[in-house]
Ligand binder design. Sequence first.
Ligand code: NAP
Length: 326
Amino acid sequence: MGSVGNTAAAVPEVALRFGNARPIPAVGMGTAVSAPMNAVLAAIEVGFRHLDTAAMYGSERSVGEAVAEAVRRGLLESREEVFVTSKLWCTQCHPDLVVPSLRETLKNLQMEYLDLYLIHWPVCMKPGPIAFPAKKEDAVPFAFEGVWRAMEECQRLGLAKAIGVSNFTTNHLDRILAVATIPPAVNQVELNPVWQQRKLRAYCADKGIHVVAYSPLGGQDWSRTGEGNGVLGSQVLAEIAQRRGKTIAQVSLRWIYEQGVTWIVKSFNKERLKQNLDIFDWKLTEEDRLKISQIPQKKYVTAAVLFSTEGEFTSVDLADMDIVEE
Ligand code: NAP
């Protein structure tokens, strides 16, 4: 890993194996859902140089405005200093809609290119406005080959420096790799000490696909179950944090970093943003790592969360879209 020297905190970077993007900063700012421009600007101010957005989040405009404002204020010399990721939503996962969707994303961001464009889910829905949750009847088969060809076209046109996927299991990745001339540079997935993704990490390491963690602090109850947060509520992590004089959040982020995974963390609070960057000058012990490896595993985000509990799947099987893989 290299390191970004001119940011408020020295954040390591990882070179991506595929595509032409600059190295990806180890720390990204999450903007789901609807991040205000000032929150993104605060993240840039404290040293975040990777901004994660998506067509689905409704935050592309505020991310673009924050970057433009940061350049105006001299916090950034130019847009090139930030690594910007956005994602193709399920309703746009149709070969002829991919390039136009990326152009729309770039218009929202007021940028000429993305550093990284991801397929948000291995799920395809009928074209139309973004609905969350969606109707089960709107799920249709995913044309892996045609959609990936169109993603490759995005890179060839220079609209995205690198392309990748999100929420893909090893089965979904097999289907992409079978047809890819440009392999995915990144797979962005739920990953933290409570959902460690051992199988997927080993697969991605073997194929040269960089793994980026979302919900590194356990997320924002995307499953709408009200079960609370398994990471910030973990007794094991709390004990390690107390012994090391760190917060639970820092222990989780440090553990992820030590697995060779980089992450996207959401905070709209400046002090917590700073805390989330402050994990590069200390290490977990062997004993800490052993304890974390024994934490019972639980995944919070599944394909079912995208859909209403009413209705029926008429043309796809939920199992084909399943993203739970231990
Ligand atoms: P997360 O980053 O794990 O957790 C965010 C929650 O933790 C927020 O409620 C935040 O509240 C709190 N928090 C942040 N720093 C903290 C700290 N140091 N101490 C205590 N609490 C802290 O969850 P996430 O939003 O699910 O994931 C992050 C990003 O990943 C998203 O914003 C999005 O960009 C991306 N994502 C991608 C997908 C996908 O399908 N690809 C899915 C989910 C998320 P405050 O704001 O109050 O600090």
